[in-house]
Design a protein around this ligand. Structure first.
Ligand code: SAH
Length: 462
């Protein structure tokens, strides 16, 4: 981020602009929304500028900027549309200590003006560091359509009622009140006219004051395989409401960024064979926070019910009489099979599919290898990298075909997804060569569909 966005208080501050044409007009229309003391230097001012000067909205000086003209300006705009003149006046302004913007000259400017969605007092500023003005404009149009104009008056009325809302305890209770005001009570009331908003707000406040404080709760939320777009709406809502988020290491930062800024984020759990927080400690952590009245989101990769040690955490909640619910997520097998372009089940090939773990708490996990070794079987093997040779040995021992296709999908759904296309015979060696160090899922009995293998190749060479 080269340009840091801030909202500058321009009340009664001096802002000077040099120029009188279209570029000057565009900037002045924005600046006139503020209460800055505006001075314009222009030998040939556009009629609009003359009018604004006449009604006292700005001071017009009908000549070019000269040395000594700018003594205490906060901001200076060079909008002459002639590079030489812009350079000359920018230098004078900079010497006087003003921050300078040269219109359409990002490189020589100290600051740039963002695209603005104005719902005063709610203001959205959009910047692209000058790289994509077209994108900024389309984002602006999208936001303008999304933000009803009533949001401005609602925010103003909300501000005047801030003292009233102090009657609610800080934190969750107060947040719930404001969330409901802005999401439903406020918009509904304002549709009947601004006068209806205050009474509606008071009624809402009474309701919230009489409501018993919400007890703590734990949502076990599946965060999916990594791509934030694969989160469910319910998962997003849970993150939006959480006071505390306790997450596995596998959860990507893009997903954690969706939590509320005030939420406490705690990393728990293990990554591969790295350092682990003991399960008992995780259970205690969950119970401790929910016991204090927090809305806790226990965020687990994929689906919380698949190899997630979920039951131990549920038992801990039950023992502490803490309420909980499960929000399903997209498990790694679903994301991986999508990456292969295949189906989990297929008529005439496999009418069942197994989810196995290569590892359990006792070491390499044992399974019904004889059943799996039969032709056409499909299994998604979680945590299967270290156990690849063990799994291969068991399957071959039970008569599996050495040529059975095996695919290993690393970082499924993430930007760095990779697919290894191999066979049961070559699995351990090919896996070692591939050097996968991210989470990887092994699909026994499935090869990537040809078209997918091709697009994978393109991804790798891109
Ligand atoms: N609850 C999770 C699984 C947890 S076990 C789920 O439903 O997906 C952790 C294992 O999941 C990893 O060792 C790996 O085998 C698999 N895994 C998780 N995320 C993955 C991803 N993005 N790509 C491939 N495998 C993944």
């Amino acid at each position: 981020m080269q340009h840091f966005p801030i909202f500058l208080d321009l009340n009664a501050r001096a802002v000077v602009l040099s120029g009188g044409g279209d570029a000057a007009l565009a900037k002045l229309r924005l600046l006139l929304k503020t209460n800055a003391n505006l001075t314009v230097f222009a030998s040939l001012p556009a009629p609009e500028i003359e009018n604004w000067a006449q009604v006292g909205k700005l001071t017009l000086i009908r000549r070019p900027v000269a040395d000594g003209d700018i003594s205490s300006a906060t901001l200076f705009y060079a909008a002459n549309e002639t590079p030489a003149e812009d350079t000359r006046v920018a230098k004078l302004a900079r010497n006087a200590g003003a921050l300078v913007n040269i219109v359409d000259n990002l490189q020589d400017s100290d600051f740039i003006t963002p695209a603005i969605v104005d719902r005063t007092p709610v203001t959205v500023a959009i910047g692209t560091e000058g790289t994509a003005p077209v994108l900024a404009r389309s984002l602006k149009a999208e936001l303008e359509a999304r933000l009803p104009t009533s949001i401005g008056p609602l925010a103003r009325i909300g501000k005047s009622a801030r003292a009233l809302a102090m009657k609610l305890p800080v934190g969750r209770a107060r947040r719930d009140f404001w969330a409901e005001f802005f999401a439903s009570t406020g918009p509904k009331a304002i549709a009947k006219g601004e006068a209806a908003v205050k009474p509606a707000l008071n009624a809402l406040l009474d309701r919230h004051l009489s409501r018993a404080a919400r007890p703590g709760h734990v949502a076990f939320v599946g965060a999916g395989p990594g791509d934030p777009d694969l989160l469910t709406m319910k998962a997003r809502r849970a993150l939006d409401e959480a006071d505390v988020v306790i997450h596995d290491r596998l959860i990507s930062s893009e997903i954690l960024d969706l939590s509320r800024r005030e939420a406490t984020i705690i990393v728990a759990g293990k990554q591969g064979f790295g350092p682990a927080m003991a399960q008992d400690d995780i259970n205690a952590l969950i119970v401790q926070h929910a016991g204090l009245g927090s809305q806790v989101v226990r965020l687990k990769s994929g689906d919380a019910t698949v190899f997630g040690r979920l039951d131990e955490e549920i038992d801990a909640c039950d023992a502490a009489r803490i309420s909980w619910n499960i929000v399903p997520g997209i498990t790694a097998a679903s994301a991986s099979v999508a990456a292969l372009g295949q189906s989990l089940t297929k008529r005439g090939r496999n009418s069942s599919v197994r989810f196995l773990t290569g590892h359990d708490t006792r070491g390499f996990a044992d399974h019904d290898w004889a059943a799996l070794a039969r032709p056409g079987e499909v299994a998604a093997i979680y945590m299967g990298k270290k156990s690849a040779r063990f799994v291969q040995g068991r399957l071959l021992m039970h008569g599996a075909d050495r040529a059975t296709p095996v695919s290993v999908i690393e970082n499924a759904s993430r930007a760095d997804q990779r697919i290894l296309d191999t066979t049961l015979a070559s699995l351990p060696a090919d896996l070692a060569d591939a050097g996968f160090d991210g989470p990887a899922l092994t699909f026994y009995g499935l090869a990537p569909r040809a078209a997918h293998a091709l697009s994978q190749l393109q991804m790798e060479t891109a």
